[in-house]
Ligand binder design. Sequence first.
Ligand code: ADP
Length: 450
Amino acid sequence: MISKILVANRGEIAVRIIRACKELGITTVAVYSKADASSLHVRMADQAVCIGEAPAGQSYLNISNIISAAINTGCQAIHPGYGFLAENAYFAEMCSTHGVKFIGPSPHTIKTMGDKIAARELAGRTGIPVVPGSQGGVSDVKTALRVADEIEYPVLLKAAAGGGGKGMRLVHNRKELERTLEVVQYEAQAAFGDGKVYIEKYIEEPRHIEIQVLGDEHGNLIHLGERDCSIQRRNQKLLEESPSPFVDEELRARMGQMALKVAEATEYCSAGTVEFLVDRHKNCYFIEVNTRIQVEHPVTEMVTGVDLIKEQIKIAGGSELKIPQDEVKLSGWAIECRINAEDPNQDFIPSAGTVVNYLPAGGPGVRVDSYLYTGYTVLPYYDSLLGKLIVWAPDRSQAIERMDRALGEHLIEGVKTTIPFHQQVLGNSFFRRGEVYTNFIARRIDTNRK
Ligand code: ADP
């Protein structure tokens, strides 16, 4: 049994994990950087330990300080949240070496799935369709040109270790490919410490649809339906929904089976997400697996009634998953808007400053996962996500109306936020009809509107 957990994160996800622990009767320890001393997760946890200076490299990424904090405070487990060390196999390994349970899948699973080339190969071996592309990585221009000729342009050059929508480049022809390969290799080495690059065919106007899975140590494995994350800016998600307006029962069952096949092949234990691109003909192509809780997990929670963080904790404690596949039902519709401290009228430039007034939305069907409070100063060191506004309603059109109403109520004064951008998306007639794809924003939304 786990009775005390260290939360190795900050911001809204640290708050979310602390809330789940409280409801489970688990004591929590927060960690924080010197700049975060007055952050909400520090106030909410039962105990808090300062682990270093403001830059994440000296605090939230400092493995020895975090593991020491867990040992010194008598924690049996560490929840990494998302980002920072959540997909760091070495960290997971170090936790187990020191007798602290890492709340997530095994280091081996994290390592395999963290290398997108290895993940592609694994998915391919299970027989599920992957995006056409190179067998393994490409290191020289000659091979790259041969692969691209075969699969036809446009193609994407992708970093094997890439993440967060970074580390990929669109290439339209041979000349561009010749010029770009070395640049992408260099950038991948600099950003991710791994210069390995591979090629994928660029799928035109796909939807990004992902399947949530849960597995335990006893071999039980289920999926909890899909999330549609097609509303993206520069390959980064901004608004997510569940179910997807594009997915019918047949496609859901097919994608669910594909996701389970991949998860089964790695004996997946914990919460994870299998991501696909889906074209207009309902062809699905595997792209990657995220071996952690996702930012957008609440939409799945709202339509399934399953608390994914609690399930992760119970699974880490050795419990058997108590939800059989046939009891997973998607009920109603959920939408999430990411509220970032960014100015949508100025190319989404990050906006730091003090929140002089904060009055979160409320009322029926509204959930707010955030770490804001009036007087909080948004720091320039970390991710710009202030929180998430999530709504649930019986169907999609009511969920849209509800989100529109909630966005109008959600008052954050002192910093610029993405709220006006979301209002613009919700008002768009293509969005309302569910005609969304990953380049929807570039195509349909005028982000320079003043
Ligand atoms: P990351 O790990 O950085 O999030 P992903 O591989 O999950 O990278 O891709 C992120 C997004 O990039 C996708 O949701 C999609 O919008 C776009 N993308 C990735 N691969 C392709 C592809 N082969 N064709 C078209 N778009 C793609």
